[in-house]
Design a protein. Structure first.
Length: 465
């Protein structure tokens, strides 16, 4: 049977899902319906006179077996690893810039934690465990405080969570946002669970004939040469005519054994299954005909984020810029969430003799900031860099990006809400995909394509043998 499958949304999740659907069902009629005139969604890389601006994610970790780097290799997209010069990271906390520990000796010396806080970390294996899951969730802040102590939760974990979700660690679910940590809890905690995971990985390598000494390659921060959008472009090229831009979907209605999709006011088209690869808040208005689904999708919140890019002449800066950048702890006076030294991380992100710094602003901490004008956002970035790194020179280049529906917030209980929404969608021949559900990172959205294929296969019947 020839399956007719619509993928609504041409962001990275929709493109990856369509790619895997074509791969799995070679004879399927797969259509990617994208309202915009371009694909990639929030993944956008814009070059301007030698400056490269990422509109959302600027990289991904290489360790995911089904993730972005593996897909880049599959599609022939050239990638580069982050420069070794960008290993150092800082936290702005208690009115000062403090380096994150880079090893055991640094961890002993770090001023981020008191001696009491450091001793609390050492007793982590002695802590009792809890059964965590969709119906027994807690925030990542509470999880870290329980296992590692409140100092680690405040000074290290909370800023790290802000860097991922642009949100508050006290609200972000450990089960949905950090499932690997929740899984370690089931094996006795972070240390014991980590050791158990290492033993399992070693046994798997031996069973596969790899030998106990063969180790998995370390996960490294990686990006396509020239910008993350290159991966979306390569997927679109591979899909070819299956991608339709300017195709605005206005409604999705299950009808008998099919799903009707209204596209741009024309006659509805019928499909065997529909993948909704849109932000949850954008998908909600389309599924009003599906009882109970729209309200659940509307519950997913998104943190608005603005980015102020500041470019400087390298000769004007005294700071060595010998690191990745810094994050700002909750409650600090700096008017940004953090800053990334883009041109230190990646080659060709700034003209020769210049540096590019990316200042992240807003999130759940200051959601109204995204509505400020360009001058105000640039001023925020300059003020933070002056206080944090002593950078007082005037930038020679600026660029502002706004994502009013930026990063999905996986609040406590998110996994249960998504499981319920998935079940309702499945019963109506719909599949939910994208960063609002099973992982916010680019790696997560790409790896989730395998789940999408399994769901479509389940909906449309057994695959051909």
């Amino acid at each position: 049977m020839t399956r007719r499958i619509a993928v609504v949304g041409g962001g990275i999740a929709g493109l990856a899902a369509a790619h895997r659907l074509v791969e799995r069902f070679g004879d399927a009629d797969v259509s990617v319906l994208e309202a915009d005139g371009r694909v990639g969604g929030v993944l956008r890389s814009v070059s301007e006179d030698g400056w490269v601006h990422e509109y959302a994610a600027n990289a991904f970790l290489s360790g995911a077996p089904d993730g972005a780097v593996a897909l880049c290799h599959e599609l022939g997209v050239a990638v580069e690893e982050a420069s070794a010069a960008a290993k150092r990271r800082w936290i702005w906390i208690d009115g000062a810039l403090r380096a994150l520990p880079g090893g055991p000796l640094d961890a002993i010396r770090t001023p981020l934690l008191s001696w009491r806080g450091k001793l609390r970390v050492l007793t982590e294996p002695l802590r009792g465990t809890r059964a965590l899951g969709p119906d027994a969730d807690e925030s990542i802040y509470d999880f870290a405080a329980r296992r590692l102590g409140p100092e680690v939760a405040r000074a290290i974990v909370a800023p790290f969570v802000t860097g991922i979700f642009a949100g508050d660690a006290r609200n972000v679910s450990v089960v949905a946002g950090f499932p690997k940590l929740a899984a370690l809890e089931a094996d006795g905690g972070l240390l014991r669970g980590g050791l158990a995971a290492m033993r399992k990985a070693r046994a798997a390598r031996e069973a596969a004939g790899g030998g106990a000494k063969r180790k998995r390659a370390p996960s490294r921060l990686t990006a396509p040469v020239g910008g993350v959008e290159a991966l979306a472009a390569a997927l679109a090229d591979r899909l070819g005519r299956r991608v339709r831009t300017g195709a605005r979907v206005t409604g999705v209605t299950p009808v008998a054994a099919d799903v009707e999709v209204d596209i741009g006011g024309g006659a509805p088209q019928r499909f065997d299954a529909v993948v909704l690869a849109l932000p949850a808040t954008a998908a909600a208005p389309l599924v009003g005909a599906v009882p109970d689904l729209a309200p659940r999708l509307a519950e997913v919140e998104y943190a608005p984020v603005a980015v102020a890019y500041l470019g400087f002449r390298r000769a004007d800066l005294a700071h060595p810029l010998d690191g990745f950048g810094f994050l700002v702890a909750q409650g600090e006076a700096l008017p940004i969430l953090g800053a990334v030294f883009e041109s230190v991380l990646w080659s060709s992100r700034a003209p020769d003799g210049h540096v590019l710094i990316r200042c992240i602003i807003g999130g759940t901490r200051e959601p109204a900031a995204v509505g400020e004008d360009d001058a105000a956002l640039i001023a925020r970035g300059r003020a933070a860099l002056a206080q944090g790194f002593g950078i007082t020179s005037a930038p020679v280049h600026t660029h502002v990006v706004r994502q009013r529906h930026g990063v999905a917030q996986y609040r406590v209980g998110h996994a249960r809400r998504v499981a319920d929404a998935d079940a309702i969608a499945r019963a109506h021949r719909l599949v939910l995909a994208g960063s609002g559900y099973h992982g916010v990172a680019v790696n997560d959205c790409i790896a989730d394509a395998r789940r999408v294929v399994a769901e479509v296969e389940r909906i449309t019947g057994e695959a051909r043998s």
